[in-house]
Ligand binder design. Structure first.
Ligand SMILES: CC(=O)SCCNC(=O)CCNC(=O)[C@H](O)C(C)(C)COP(=O)(O)OP(=O)(O)OC[C@H]1O[C@@H](n2cnc3c(N)ncnc32)[C@H](O)[C@@H]1OP(=O)(O)O
Ligand SMILES: CC(C)C(=O)C(=O)O
Ligand SMILES: [Mg+2]
Length: 580
């Protein structure tokens, strides 16, 4: 049974702060990114990554441009410890990359962490303890003062061990469960930690404010961040960091508003892996910036490869609607979207647009290594002629006349609807060929030979008509006209309003041409046919005959004519002698 009375707000609004941050429309530059895939992401996996998998993921993060990477919780397990040792011993930490390690504020855990760090040049040692009202009461059974003391002692030990081994490690403190902590108290604890570290401009401390569990609307978290930003001591020597989780589905909103409110750094994971509903998805925040013209400083140009590595080593899936990354996030199935995208792409190509503004596509999928043909315009029963025409043109160089595209797209949609599935480009091409190209019943072209005399063309057209060889005489203003006149007058076919188009299919001396014919008959019906040949006149004749063959009732009409012809012949050649 659901019982709403069981719940109340678990967060605390901060005392009034300057809210001018809320008037900004977006961050001015990218924050410092810190990937916590190998720690927070890893600790949430059903099977945490093994050493080999962690190394592969780590290398990918470095390759993408991460300069701060939380590589693990070295005191947690042998694998975690060994991983950091491997990075050191195999010299896998570039000079411009800082590895970060997480530790509880407990002496033996901190000591073990420092053992793992032996030989690391640039490190951030990240210590945390929970400060929330719920954890103070239920988990630690300690007063506010005692909890603050845990943080202060942990901070002091970090400083002592760092000073002792002569390294210049940077420090990070997280009041874990910050979002369930009274802001004034979180501030008091953070300031107490900072008083131990006394950060300087050349060795800034990181204060990381996690929405360990997301509890409020994003502007509340942002107000908490603004409050901390405006009241922390040593503010100029602090990097204010966010660590949003996603319990209410607002991780990205928390991060974006938190940046406006004063934060400078974001801890998150690729595709939002992490505890429960995950950590904030760095891909989304970074590409949201990219889409606004802000360089995120991370490289996502081969998203398919990134996804492949991520899915393999974490055994997680990137859902199809995951922003920027999911298989379907650039796909348009619906007709009006496809039409606008196809026209937008053409506009961009024709006018050499520098600024991306194609309708329905927030960014250019090709920037992420995705392809228009395979990823964008996809065909099902919701699609329209714009999309169908686009795919046929891009994939097969088939540029149908506009009216024919309409005819073809309805045909394609109907098939998709009845089969109840998406149609791939090869399916459509197959339908196109079967339905329009070189249709041979009842008429099949065998040969034609026409000559021009003065202004007119005369000659013979050899056809198989329902399998019977038939020679027709024809004349007309052009060769096509001669063929058309011969067939139409012999079989009583009335057509008007021809639509004709042709183009090269391939290049080179042996190139083939494609010709299209649309014939209007019975006032409103149109039949379409297509011919392909190295000789464009032959292609056109085939297209014409194919279109005639597509006319409704043509088979019956031709059969009737053939029967009448046979009867007539029987009549006049009765007994082998001509009667008239
Ligand atoms: C929100 C986050 O993601 S926080 C990070 C969480 N990640 C992980 O925990 C993954 C790695 N952790 C581990 O492998 C283990 O927890 C270890 C090895 C670090 C420690 O294991 P254990 O010693 O068995 O202790 P455990 O983690 O259960 O902690 C329990 C004790 O530590 C105390 N404790 C927990 N966190 C902290 C902390 N951050 N600082 C100080 N004390 C802490 C608890 O109050 C409890 O104390 P008690 O025994 O006096 O009741
Ligand atoms: C360790 C801390 C930063 C954490 O992961 C969290 O609070 O979510
Ligand atoms: Mg976390």
């Amino acid at each position: 049974m659901m019982n709403v009375k069981k719940y109340k707000k678990g967060y605390y609004m901060p005392p009034y702060t300057d809210v001018s941050w809320a008037a900004k429309d977006c961050a001015e530059k990218a924050p410092t990114w810190c990937s916590v895939d190998l720690r927070d992401g890893n600790q949430a996996l059903i099977i945490p990554m093994n050493l080999t998998e962690k190394i592969e993921f780590y290398k990918k993060l470095v390759q993408m441009g991460f300069k701060e990477i939380e590589v693990g919780f070295p005191a947690a397990s042998e694998t975690e410890y060994e991983f950091l040792r491997t990075l050191v011993e195999k010299d896998l930490i570039p000079d411009d990359v800082t590895v970060q390690v997480l530790t509880q504020a407990r002496k033996h855990i901190i000591q073990r962490t420092f053992e793992a760090l032996e030989g690391v040049k640039n490190a951030i040692v990240h210590v945390y303890n929970s400060t929330s009202a719920a954890q103070r009461t239920q988990v630690f059974h300690k007063s506010k003062e005692e909890i603050k003391q845990i943080a202060v002692e942990g901070a002091a030990l970090l400083k002592e061990l760092t000073d002792r081994n002569g390294s210049k490690y940077r420090f990070e403190y997280s009041p874990e469960s910050f979002t369930g902590t009274e802001p004034e108290y979180a501030l008091e604890v953070c300031n107490a930690v900072l008083n131990v570290w006394k950060p300087a401009s050349d060795r800034k401390a990181i204060i990381n404010l996690p929405s360990t569990v997301q509890m409020s609307m994003p502007h509340v978290y942002a107000s908490q961040i603004a409050y901390m930003s405006q009241h922390l001591n040593y503010r100029d020597n602090i990097v204010l960091s966010l660590h949003p989780h996603n319990d209410r589905g607002c991780g990205v909103a928390d991060a974006e508003l938190g940046l406006l409110a004063g934060a400078e750094r974001i801890e998150g994971t690729l595709f939002g892996n992490g505890e429960r509903t995950g950590n904030v998805d760095i891909v989304t925040i970074a590409l949201n910036m990219y889409a606004m013209g802000i360089d995120p400083g991370l490289d996502f140009s081969n998203m398919p490869e990134l996804i492949e590595v991520y899915e393999r080593v974490t055994r997680m899936n990137v859902p199809p609607r995951q922003p920027y990354a999911g298989q379907l996030v650039f796909a348009a199935f619906s007709g009006s979207h496809q039409d606008a995208i196809a026209k937008g792409m053409k506009y961009h190509a024709d006018t050499c647009q520098k600024q991306w503004s194609v309708p329905y596509l927030l960014i250019d999928p090709e920037d992420l290594g995705r392809h228009y043909d395979a990823d964008v315009i996809r065909i099902n029963s919701q699609s329209g002629q714009g999309g169908v025409g686009y795919v046929m043109e891009q994939q097969y160089g088939v540029c149908m006349p506009k009216k024919m595209r309409e005819d073809f797209s309805y045909f394609v949609k109907e098939i998709s609807d009845h089969k109840h599935r998406e149609l791939k480009p090869e399916d459509m091409y197959h339908i196109f060929v079967q339905h329009y190209v070189n249709i041979i019943s009842p008429f099949q072209l065998e040969d034609f030979s026409l000559k021009k005399e003065e202004t007119k063309w005369y000659g013979q057209i050899v056809l198989m008509v329902n399998g019977k060889k038939t020679i027709l005489e024809g004349s007309g203003n052009g060769q096509l006209d001669a063929v058309s006149n011969a067939i139409c007058s012999t079989y009583g076919i009335h057509i008007y309003n021809l639509v004709y188009n042709e183009h090269d299919l391939d290049s080179g001396s042996n190139s083939r041409g494609m010709a299209y014919f649309g014939l209007t008959y019975d006032d409103r019906k149109t039949a379409w046919g297509v011919g392909v040949d190295t000789d464009i006149i032959t292609a056109s004749v085939i297209a014409f005959i194919s279109a005639v063959n597509q006319m409704e009732g043509i088979k019956e009409k031709v059969k009737f004519c053939q029967k009448r012809e046979a009867a007539y012949e029987k009549d006049i050649y009765k007994d082998g002698i001509a009667q008239h």
